[in-house]
Design a binder for this molecule. Structure first.
Ligand SMILES: CC(C)(COP(=O)(O)OP(=O)(O)OC[C@H]1O[C@@H](n2cnc3c(N)ncnc32)[C@H](O)[C@@H]1OP(=O)(O)O)[C@@H](O)C(=O)NCCC(=O)NCCS
Length: 143
């Protein structure tokens, strides 16, 4: 049975969250795609600033994998999958001076976000030797 306090605490949250998404990426899979397709793969999936960030690190595949996971997590949060005319590069991950990742959207992805009245995109990334994970929370603006 729900007490009234938990109902009160839950109600605003349900109205604020437009979507959540999470994705786990095998780093080896991204390494192989880069080796096989090189620029063709990189340019289709990652923006120039993303490529610059990843190549600025000792092990670029870790950072490419984290960004790839975030892009898939955004598609999940939108509930569209990556059909419906969206491009990978319409989702860009940048990092602030403290290293905190942020997501910027353009094109069709931006339109889909507007349809859901998304005002903020929260993102988190983690990577280890074999896997990278990206998590996204879409927060609605006040209507
Ligand atoms: C953030 C922190 C906890 C990351 O933990 P970690 O176990 O070393 O690394 P993880 O693999 O779990 O996570 C790495 C990701 O954390 C994210 N991250 C880094 N700094 C972050 C921060 N300040 N806030 C939130 N997320 C951060 C990044 O997305 C990074 O991946 P990316 O470089 O590919 O974008 C750790 O680096 C930390 O304590 N940083 C404090 C801030 C700091 O010292 N910054 C130094 C630069 S000024």
């Amino acid at each position: 049975m729900l007490d009234s306090a938990s109902e009160v605490a839950r109600a605003p949250t349900d109205e604020m969250i437009a979507g959540i998404g999470i994705d786990l990426v095998k780093i080896k899979r991204i390494q192989e795609a880069v080796q096989k397709w090189d620029k063709r793969f990189l340019n289709r999936v990652f923006t120039p600033p993303e490529q610059q960030y990843c190549y600025g690190h000792l092990d670029p595949a870790l950072h490419f994998s984290g960004r790839f996971a975030v892009k898939e997590a955004v598609f999940k949060a939108l509930g569209t999958g990556w059909r419906s005319g969206v491009r990978w590069t319409e989702i860009e991950v940048t990092n602030n001076p403290q290293g905190k990742p942020m997501v910027t959207v353009t094109g069709r992805v931006k339109q889909l976000m507007a349809d859901l009245k998304v005002a903020e995109i929260h993102v988190s990334i983690s990577h280890d030797t074999d896997y990278a994970i990206g998590q996204v929370i879409l927060v609605k603006g006040k209507s």
